[in-house]
Write a protein that binds this ligand. Structure first.
Ligand code: BT5
Length: 327
């Protein structure tokens, strides 16, 4: 009912106001029921103007995630066409893994307004208060096992590109997959495998973006930043999600067409510290060298006085020797 009222208000947007009477007739509900639905929509963040003689007019859709608003913005073929929104979940990745086990479709998206036990790699905690974008995707790409693992790189590129395009920000990717603005982490990506690798390839991508809350909400020890901190206002999470899914779908398709080099190039163009001195921490040992880039499989290549050594993302962390400053 709620979405039908929104459809009517949207279709009539050019003619401005829609009378309560015509909504009640179109949907065979009472005027009081229409009024009640409109109040519910206002509480959900929809700005709806009401005038006694004229009726109702949709002025603005909410910044908060909302299924109807997000569906209006979606311009993907598969990603997000199956969409589930929860007020709260332990972790969207865990929920979508359950869906994967039950045969969930390629492109299914799960979003939660907050997570109680969001996690990062190696079971690290991912703090997920209200106002963030906490999203997981189920992918069954037409890719070999090796190439499917590159999808976390694709997600990094899609996310960096989206934030850069929408908000004109200088966005960087810190190997392996931190999205960084002004030297602070604004988003993280967690790629996981669900189900049997040997039979159906199902990959889970978890994406967390610090958006409409203050970075001060997070533990002080975390060097994080949020879109609200940077822009000074809230962003429309429906628009952000739709653009992210659109860019990610393009990246998935380009990998399926075999363009690994394109992906590596795009990833490298966002990377922090390329051709600069960095330190890599691995099992308590620190390796200094020049960050030469990544191999096709995502491994980091470090040049130590002419000798190249590689590191895989599971085992190390990268620290730029100097504070990164954009050229
Ligand atoms: C990541 O892990 O960066 C991947 C984060 C993925 C989160 C999404 S949200 C939707 C989906 N559902 C989930 O449960 N997870 C995914 P990693 O590189 O391991 O970084 C984890 C570290 O980032 C922590 O140890 C903290 O230091 C830091 N951290 C925690 N919360 C943060 C936040 N909100 N913003 C920035 N940094 C944070």
């Amino acid at each position: 009912m709620r979405n039908k009222i929104l459809d009517i208000l949207k279709n009539q947007q050019r003619e401005e106001f829609v009378s309560g009477e015509s909504i009640s007739q179109a949907l065979s509900i009472t005027r009081a029921a229409v009024w009640k639905q409109i109040q519910g929509l206002k509480e959900a963040g929809y700005e709806i103007e009401g005038q006694t003689k004229k009726g109702y007019r949709l002025v603005k859709i909410p910044c908060a995630i909302d299924l109807w608003a997000l569906q209006q913005e979606l311009r993907t073929q598969a990603l997000g066409r199956q969409l589930f929104l929860f007020e709260e979940l332990p972790s969207t990745n865990d929920r979508i893994k359950d869906m994967a086990r039950q045969g969930g479709e390629h492109g299914t998206v799960v979003i939660a307004k907050r997570q109680t036990i969001g996690h990062g790699r190696m079971q690290r905690v991912w703090e997920s208060p209200d106002g963030g974008l906490w999203l997981s995707l189920l992918l069954k790409p037409r890719l070999s096992l090796g190439d499917a693992a590159k999808l976390t790189l694709s997600a990094g590129v899609a996310l960096a590109q989206t934030l850069q395009d929408l908000y004109r920000l200088e966005v960087r990717i810190k190997w392996p997959n931190d999205i960084v603005i002004q030297g602070r982490k604004i988003a993280g990506i967690l790629g996981e495998v669900a189900g049997e690798w040997n039979t159906v390839q199902t990959l889970i991508l978890g994406i967390g973006v610090n958006a409409n809350f203050s970075g001060q909400t997070l533990s002080p020890k975390i060097p994080a930043i949020t879109l609200q901190d940077i822009l000074g206002h809230e962003v429309n999470l429906n628009h952000l999600t739709a653009e992210l899914l659109f860019n990610l779908e393009k990246e998935v398709q380009s990998l399926e067409q075999g363009d690994v080099q394109g992906l590596i190039q795009r990833w490298t163009s966002f990377a922090v510290g390329i051709n600069r001195p960095v330190r890599i921490e691995k099992a308590g040992i620190s390796y200094g060298g020049i960050f030469k880039g990544i191999r096709d499989n995502g491994e980091l290549v470090l040049d130590q006085e002419g000798q190249e050594i590689t590191f895989s993302s599971g085992e190390v962390s990268l620290r730029a020797e100097e504070q990164y400053s954009p050229e």
